[in-house]
Design a protein around this ligand. Structure first.
Ligand code: FES
Length: 118
């Protein structure tokens, strides 16, 4: 990794694989997890842990437009901002995505939350 900002990102998967599968659960060496989703030509990356009950199931979420519903209690979050649709719980963490050739990178978290960090 170089010092021009690339080191803020971590490789999550190949673009080919993501397009084929539609979604990938990425697990970092630290054990932290992110759901990477390919939705109508766009790529989103969100924390796999739902902010409602800290359940690591967002990779199984139901995508509706640019929102994702947690499969546990169906709380709806924006894939873009992470905000809950009714602001009842903390936002779902979202991560910037960068594509280089066939590699999908996501931005490392700048802060840590409970047991999650890359
Ligand atoms: S744990 Fe996700 S909505 Fe309750």
């Amino acid at each position: 990794m170089n010092m021009n900002g690339t080191d803020k990102f971590i490789r999550a998967c190949s673009l080919t694989e993501l397009k084929e599968k539609g979604r990938i659960l990425f697990t970092a060496d630290s054990g932290g997890e992110a759901a990477i989703l390919f939705v109508k030509g766009k790529i989103y990356a969100v924390d796999n842990v739902c902010p409602h009950n800290h359940t690591p199931k967002m990779h199984l979420g139901i995508v509706s437009g640019s929102d994702i519903l947690c499969p546990v209690h169906m709380y709806k979050f924006s894939l873009i901002t992470g905000k809950h649709s009714e602001n009842q719980v903390n936002p779902l963490r979202t991560y910037k995505v960068k594509i280089e050739d066939d590699d999908v990178f996501i931005e490392k978290p700048q802060t840590t939350s409970f047991n999650f960090d890359f």
